[in-house]
Design a protein around this ligand. Structure first.
Ligand SMILES: [Fe+2]
Ligand SMILES: [Fe+2]
Length: 391
């Protein structure tokens, strides 16, 4: 280490665990040299300056960890220098040295954020070394603290980036899922509409039956405050007889009363229907309607002889309007009943075949008089993915 007036321009290695970079500033050559020797021996990389101006030039060329500076110098004083070098992040630690007005300078120096104070002439080498070690310890802790803060900031930034990319991925996946669900809803609705048409194509005498059942069920559901079941009810009503696809023509289209075995075959449509709707994406919820729309409040219906509230409410609704539509439609073996007669039969059977609450809503609010206009068919509304009546 050069301990004379010639300067070395080391960069601080202390931050990387190396030697501390020290600047000694004093206009007294002997003190400057003495101190430089002591500090170099203690492991510092020492530069020296004979004035405040020279010190600022050296600091501009390379940072220092510690600065030992005299107070009374020609030109920039030590205290002024203190104010000008306490910049940077972190600024160097400053030890102020003076032989004049001890207490007064000490107080002013420490208020000016010097880390320590040395009186000249030095009491002993130990006092110099003690000041050096205190300043060095403070500096090392400060650098360690800065390093931890930087690591923390980097870790936070990394986390923020990861969160951001997770957020992006989540949004992408959500959008993808929504698109799939929309496609599925359209596909399901198209499937349901095709199935409903297929059922009606099998039995032209019932033309429009499934659609009318859906129409009235939908209105009753709303009147009964079943908004959350609305979609299930519409699809289930539309598909309630889908199992008739599996009923042979000689039974389905028989122009007369069915015998016992034929009735058994006809009744199987609820089980066949259940198997079909279970296989359609998004239609599993309609199973309860398809399977149970021929149950009776008294427990005498089929297939499970469920009674009263054990029958899903949507199936009870479909059961009422299904029977009403059958009564008011002309079949090969009988003519349609007048509306009033069909209503009378509903009233007669409410409480044992039909849910009284459903019949009351259907009859008292005269929903049975409302009829879908025009040749009903399902249209696929792309935006909403919902069933809509269209003329
Ligand atoms: Fe049925
Ligand atoms: Fe039906």
């Amino acid at each position: 280490m050069h301990a004379g007036d010639a300067t070395i321009a080391p960069t601080s290695l202390l931050a990387e665990g190396g030697a501390p970079s020290i600047l000694v500033v004093d206009d007294d050559t002997s003190i400057r040299r003495h101190l430089a020797v002591l500090l170099a021996r203690a492991g510092g990389q020492v530069r020296v300056a004979a004035s405040g101006e020279e010190a600022l030039a050296l600091l501009a060329a390379g940072p220092a960890d510690l600065v030992f500076t005299d107070v009374e110098m020609p030109g920039i004083s030590g205290l002024e220098l203190l104010g000008r070098i306490r910049v940077g992040d972190p600024p160097p630690e400053v030890v102020v040295m003076t032989g004049h007005g001890l207490l007064d300078y000490a107080v002013r120096a420490l208020k000016g954020q010097a880390i320590d104070f040395l009186s000249k002439p030095f009491e002993s080498e130990q006092s110099v070394m003690a000041a050096f070690e205190r300043a060095l310890r403070h500096r090392t802790l400060l650098l360690e603290n800065r390093r931890l803060q930087r690591s923390l900031a980097e870790a936070n930034a990394l986390l923020a980036r990861q969160n951001l990319s997770l957020q992006d991925r989540l949004e992408d996946r959500t959008a993808e899922l929504l698109r799939s669900m929309q496609r599925l809803a359209q596909l399901s609705l198209a499937t349901v509409a095709a199935l409903a048409d297929a059922i009606e194509a099998r039995d032209p005498y019932t033309g429009g039956h499934c659609h009318r059942v859906m129409f009235w069920s939908d209105i009753i559901g709303r009147e009964m405050g079943l908004a959350s079941e609305a979609e299930k009810l519409r699809y289930g009503a539309l598909l309630h007889d889908v199992g008739k696809i599996g009923v042979p023509d000689h039974v389905l289209l028989k122009p007369g009363r069915l015998d016992g075995p034929e009735w058994e075959v006809m009744r199987s449509h609820v089980l066949i229907g259940e198997r079909i709707v279970r296989a359609i994406p998004g239609m599993a919820e309609t199973v309860g309607i398809v399977r149970h729309h021929h149950e009776m409040i008294s427990g005498e219906g089929y297939p499970d002889r469920l009674s009263a509230e054990a029958i899903p409410i949507c199936a009870r609704i479909v059961g009422v309007v299904d029977a009403f539509d059958a009564m008011t439609t002309t079949r090969p073996y009988r003519v349609a009943l007048p509306l009033e007669e069909a209503v009378r039969r509903l009233e007669e059977a409410k409480g044992w075949q039909f849910d009284p609450g459903v019949v009351d809503v259907f009859v008292s609010r005269e929903i049975f008089r409302i009829r879908p206009t025009g040749p009903a068919h399902i249209s696929v509304d792309e935006a909403a993915g919902t069933a809509a009546w269209a003329a």
